[in-house]
Design a protein around this ligand. Structure first.
Ligand code: SF4
Length: 708
């Protein structure tokens, strides 16, 4: 063993959905280094977040005692963006007192205003077991399906389109299948920043001759490896993709045999794209007809073509339509169901796939079984031995909207339980969302730090960081992977799984998950039953032994299936259900008052709302300040040097931040990462929702930009 450390613990990276396996090197209950492990998704590779983003767990600002809001201290939604001393607002409490206060407040509201009065936000950063227990607590303890998490802000539209089209919301092929692809379309994704190890597979493939086509309004780093870069106009995905579909059909490049055997509704698609010629769509999307034809032909005729996409596709009021077009492209060309083909929505958070699988969504129980399907509802009533609501619950943005509803509204949300999410930073139109959180009569927040959301809580419960607990997570490739506890908890902080169970007990639920690490193995095994099939072959013991198993995995002998849809799709009739989509503009377009388009997103060094990475020394040192990226020509026009301060305003809010010159930004468009509380991008963004996925339009709103 390594003499310089006390122990080496095998676990999983807590950041992105790539799911790199790693080793925590621990000395004196502190992580001193992280090394990449030979996992199936990373083969020893790690990015800067995985390697250096661990010391947030040791940060001096960790919450180590339960806190209760002092009597009479008002909840000021505008104070959330300012760091301050929590002692002015909260007092320390014992666990017993805090749990009684947390559960007592929720129970009182449930008993006074009915079962729909409460809601819960779980976390895509927690384990599968935490996600499973959290949704079970809301459904069986609160009594409604008002449970959701940040998948709503991430790939909800992708999942809606995929469930409708191919019957499964997960990826068809793993990322590193790009090595078997001759052609790869990467659309609405900036993988070198957001899925860096995934990007290494793409770069390796490009070096071996794979044609990478990068389609994105921003010219990002991957363009250096791309065969073609389509810098299309923001939000015109449907126009671009329908033009490609037109070319494929008009030029006879479809796979007629595949369509006959495996695709429904082809004629409706043909009718929809009959007039969407490259010439007609070019003025909308900004790509020349010749390039559209060239790329469409290359995609359709290559021996194996794969599509990967990110939130540039999904975070629109027509995100579901965008993905419907991608499904159509793959299925009419037969580019799915084989190695190096298929559809891959790159998952953002480390466990957004697993948390969704575990049922942390308002319309579905574990494994996407709909709450309003009578047989499913009855099965879960018997399984959990309780009465359940048979109506889908509210989604993330709707819940905070309903928190501000008048008392007469039967859907009004009066109280909430938030575990490991930070809606006071991550929701669109933050002023409105923060007012919603502040207006709740009872808010329980469980987190590592005094987040912007925790500032508005009545009770704050100090929780566990990823290296402090054992549990499973599921990556973007459908790999269920084992994370192991490397550290003891600081102070009186507790494992999240323990906290959920203590609240459940106080809400009158008779749960009993015995065993080490808060009964994590027992919870996993119950979840495995609830999921009906897909992880049937993935027992806890097998995960302890193998560390990573890909589902579907139907039996103990099944090695797992990295590539699906080889024979049939997961729809009712086993065939793709094509849903044609027409081009629709964004919900808010630029005008003379707000002439720029704002795109939000992430950057390599920071993670989501910044609560972890901004407390990781190396990462914060590399990127310490909020910035807005714009083209050099725009800086010249504004008379601002790179690094100078600009103000960005929308109809909903204002932020001031440093300008960053990025000539990959199209003129007229600016980009702001959403990790910075002091210049929160989501003060600006538009809460308009996609009607199917209920995802907000983070990738497009109108703003004004001025110097100073
Ligand atoms: Fe972690 Fe993702 Fe980086 Fe891998 S690519 S080390 S999972 S952040």
């Amino acid at each position: 063993g390594d003499q310089r450390v006390d122990k080496s613990v095998d676990s999983v990276c807590p950041y992105c959905g790539v799911g790199c396996l790693l080793i925590y090197k621990v000395k004196d209950n502190k992580i001193v280094a992280v090394e990449g492990r030979d996992g199936p998704a990373n083969q020893g590779r790690l990015c800067v977040k995985g390697r250096f983003g661990f010391d947030y767990a040791h940060h001096a600002q960790r919450l180590t005692k339960p806190l209760i809001r002092k009597a009479g201290v008002p909840k000021d939604p505008n104070s959330t963006a300012r760091p301050g001393d929590w002692r002015a607002v909260f007092r320390e409490a014992t666990w017993d007192e805090a749990l009684e206060a947390a559960a007592g407040g929720l129970k009182h509201l449930r008993d006074t205003h009915g079962k729909k009065a409460l809601a819960g936000f779980g976390s895509a950063k927690g384990s599968n077991e935490e996600a499973y227990l959290f949704q079970k607590l809301v459904r069986t303890g609160f009594g409604s399906n008002n449970v959701d998490h940040c998948t709503r802000l991430c790939h909800a539209s992708s999942v809606a389109a995929l469930l409708e089209g191919v019957g499964s919301g997960a990826v068809s092929n793993p990322v590193n299948d790009v090595e078997h692809a001759a052609f790869v379309l990467v659309i609405g994704s900036n993988p070198t920043s957001n899925h860096p190890v995934a990007a290494t597979w793409m770069k390796n493939a490009a070096a071996r001759g794979t044609q990478i086509v990068l389609a994105d309004p921003r010219r990002t780093d991957l363009h250096r490896h791309a065969w073609r870069s389509l810098q299309f106009k923001a939000d015109t995905d449907v126009a671009l993709l329908n033009a490609m579909l037109h070319v494929v059909i008009e030029e006879g490049l479809t796979d007629a045999d595949f369509i006959a055997r495996r695709v429904d509704n082809f004629e409706a698609l043909r009718a929809q794209v009959q007039l969407t010629t490259p010439e007609a769509m070019s003025p909308i999307c900004g790509i020349t007809p010749e390039t559209i034809r060239e790329v469409a032909r290359a995609y359709a005729t290559s021996p194996a073509s794969m599509i990967l996409w990110g939130m540039g596709v999904s975070q629109h009021t027509h995100g579901t339509d965008n993905v419907r077009c991608l499904i159509a492209l793959a299925s009419i060309t037969g580019q799915i169901g084989r190695p190096g083909t298929g559809l891959h929505p790159l998952r953002g958070q480390n466990n957004v796939q697993g948390a969704s699988d575990a049922g942390l969504i308002p319309m579905m129980y574990p494994n996407y079984q709909r709450v309003n399907t009578p047989e499913v509802h009855d099965w879960f009533e018997a399984f959990w031995n309780t009465e359940l609501d048979d109506q889908p619950g509210l989604t993330v943005v709707e819940i905070l909207h309903k928190a501000k509803a008048p008392a007469s509204d039967p859907q009004k949300i009066w109280g909430m339980y938030v575990m490991g999410e930070n809606p006071a930073m991550s929701d669109p139109d933050l002023n409105h969302a923060r007012e919603g959180l502040a207006s709740l009569q009872h808010l329980v927040v469980q987190d590592l730090f005094m987040t912007e959301t925790a500032w508005l809580a009545d009770v704050v419960l100090p929780a566990s960081a990823w290296p402090e607990k054992t549990g499973t997570v599921t990556n973007t490739d459908r790999m269920v992977q084992m994370g192991r506890r490397a550290l003891d908890l600081p102070g009186e902080a507790k494992p999240d799984l323990w906290i959920i169970q203590e609240l459940a007990k106080r809400l009158g639920l008779a749960w009993n998950y015995a065993g080490e690490e808060s009964g994590v193995a027992a919870v996993y095994e119950e979840m495995r039953q609830a999921m009906h099939g897909v992880i049937a072959g993935v027992s806890w013991e097998r995960l302890e032994r193998e560390d990573s198993v890909t589902y579907p995995c139907l039996s103990a002998e099944d090695p797992g299936q990295p590539i699906v849809f080889t024979e049939h799709f997961a729809t009712a009739d086993g065939r793709v259900q094509l849903v044609p989509a027409g081009f629709k503009p964004a919900a808010e377009l630029p005008d003379t008052d707000y002439p720029f388009v704002l795109i939000t997103g992430r950057q390599l060094e920071h993670w989501h709302t910044g609560s972890m990475t901004r407390r990781s020394q190396v990462l914060d040192a590399v990127e310490p300040h909020p910035t807005v990226s714009l083209n050099g020509s725009e800086l010249a026009r504004l008379g601002v040097p790179a690094g100078g301060v600009v103000t960005v305003r929308s109809r909903r809010g204002t932020v001031a931040l440093h300008a960053r010159r990025d000539d990959g930004m199209p003129p007229g468009t600016v980009f702001i990462p959403f990790a910075y509380a002091e210049a929160a991008a989501n003060l600006l963004t538009n809460p308009a929702l996609d009607p199917f996925g209920k995802i907000p339009e983070f990738k497009y709103c109108a703003v004004a930009v001025s110097a100073g």
